[in-house]
Every structure is written in structure tokens, then in C-alpha cells.
Design a protein around this ligand. Sequence first.
Ligand code: FES
Length: 57
Amino acid sequence: MFVCLCHGITDKQIARAVREEGVGNMRDLRKQFGVGSQCGKCVQLAQQVIDNTIVDE
Ligand code: FES
């Protein structure tokens, strides 16, 4: 599912970045993919995906 439509980023891409690339918060995610840097509508959902991925580990 797409989380950030502005940048075409999916929940799977975010989860992988958290697991494999050391992304731990929105700031890292924005740096990596630009998530949240345009309309900002995705920020809450992206944060949830980060949190859920960290909890799953
Ligand atoms: Fe992510 Fe617009 S949907 S910045």
C-alpha cells in the first residue's frame, strides 16, 4: 500500500528501510525517501509504519 503518494513510497519500502537501513524516525525517513516533505499528509501513517516495524522486531 502506498503511504506517501507524493513520492510513491509504500509501507513495504518503509519497513525495509527500518529493518535494513537503520531508519528509526520520520527525520531519517524524510532524508531517505522524501516522505512527508511535500503535502505532509503521509506523516502520521508513515510514523505508524515505523513504529509497527520496530515493535515487530
Ligand atoms: Fe507524502 Fe505528500 S503523501 S508528502
